[in-house]
Design a protein around this ligand. Structure first.
Ligand SMILES: NC(=O)c1ccc[n+]([C@@H]2O[C@H](COP(=O)([O-])OP(=O)(O)OC[C@H]3O[C@@H](n4cnc5c(N)ncnc54)[C@H](OP(=O)(O)O)[C@@H]3O)[C@@H](O)[C@H]2O)c1
Length: 299
């Protein structure tokens, strides 16, 4: 994606912008002339370096990017971050809910507390940030919530049950927000990437209970080895495919954004888009039978 854009500059808050997709999304949007607020947690500690790097980037490139402290597991932090954006820019056009992580391992091996932590970031994180932003978006009568989901919202492979469940929950909320917010001129959409080389793998959380993990040791070990081998031998995808898709959606006029965008190798993309089309048809059938089509946005 080139640096030049003819799109109207937008005020955008990106969560989880320290690394990976979030960092690329924030930097690319800023280079294209948008006013970017990069949400990072713990800017004085674990993300001190990333914060300094982003400040140096903004200065060197003479772009409008600033870091805001934002831990998506904390409602007060989300409220403060959104307030900082609105106070500095006078409005907020787009929220990119990108912060997330993966708990990888056999579903049985995770405690309920670990499941809660997976959902706390991947699902409740977006709930908190959107709850903070929505009064402003509704009052403006325009704006967009972009959730970074995953193909795992539709397809579950072994040992990624917690992650897939969290992304499926986020996808369901994204659909509800889409229909419920349409009358206010606010869009809610999902970007669903396949697997891309970011820090998500090294940041993965494994089950802490060795006893429950032990029976799965051989299978889970083989799974991790297969993933590692594939990552080192296969041509890795370029995470810019994902950040560019998000940037395109930020720049798409309100009311014109697709509900879901799948970013994946061709065969995966085709298969998941077929599921999405079937889900669209099912949603229409269910809403019709329930007599609630008047409350759904046009499909
Ligand atoms: N890479 C893939 O294969 C892939 C595929 C599909 C979907 N996704 C999704 O893409 C999104 C970005 O992931 P990534 O691949 O770019 O991984 P990543 O490089 O590990 O980045 C994850 C980001 O989320 C942030 N984060 C985690 N917990 C947070 C919290 N409580 N508050 C604020 N920020 C928090 C991290 O910040 P810290 O640096 O502070 O930890 C980091 O900036 C995630 O939602 C992920 O599920 C990734």
């Amino acid at each position: 994606m080139s640096d030049a854009t003819t799109a109207e500059p937008r005020v955008v808050l990106v969560t989880g912008a320290s690394t990976g997709f979030g960092r690329l999304i924030a930097e690319t949007l800023a280079r294209r002339g948008h006013r970017v607020f990069a949400g990072l947690r713990d800017i004085g500690g674990r993300n001190e370096r990333a914060t300094a790097e982003l400040a140096a980037f903004a200065e060197a490139e003479a772009v409008d990017l600033r870091v805001v402290e934002l831990d998506v597991t904390d409602q007060a932090s989300a409220d403060r971050a959104v307030a900082a954006v609105v106070s500095a820019a006078g409005r907020i056009d787009v929220v990119v809910n990108n912060a997330g992580g993966i708990f990888a391992g056999p579903a049985e091996a995770f405690t309920a507390d670990e499941v809660r932590r997976q959902f706390d970031v991947n699902v409740l994180g977006a709930v908190r940030v959107n709850r903070a932003a929505l009064p402003h978006l509704r009052e403006q009568g325009t704006g967009a919530l972009i959730q970074v989901g995953s193909v795992a919202a539709r397809v579950t492979v072994p040992f990624s049950g917690l992650y897939a469940a969290s992304k499926a929950a986020l996808a369901a909320l994204t659909e509800a927000w889409h229909d419920e917010l349409a009358p206010f001129g606010v869009e809610s959409i999902a970007v669903d990437p396949a697997s891309y080389p970011t820090n998500i793998g090294v940041n993965a959380t494994m089950p802490a209970d060795p006893e429950r993990l032990a029976p799965y040791g051989t299978a889970f070990g083989g799974y991790v080895a297969a993933l590692t081998e594939r990552a080192t031998t296969a041509v890795p995808g370029d995470p810019r495919e994902v950040s560019d898709a998000v940037v395109t959606l930020v720049e798409t006029p309100n009311g014109k954004r697709p509900r879901r965008t799948v970013v994946a190798p061709a065969a995966q993309q085709e298969a998941v888009e077929a599921l999405n089309r079937a889900a669209e048809a099912a949603a229409i059938a269910v809403a019709t039978d329930m007599g609630v089509t008047a409350f759904a946005a046009p499909r």
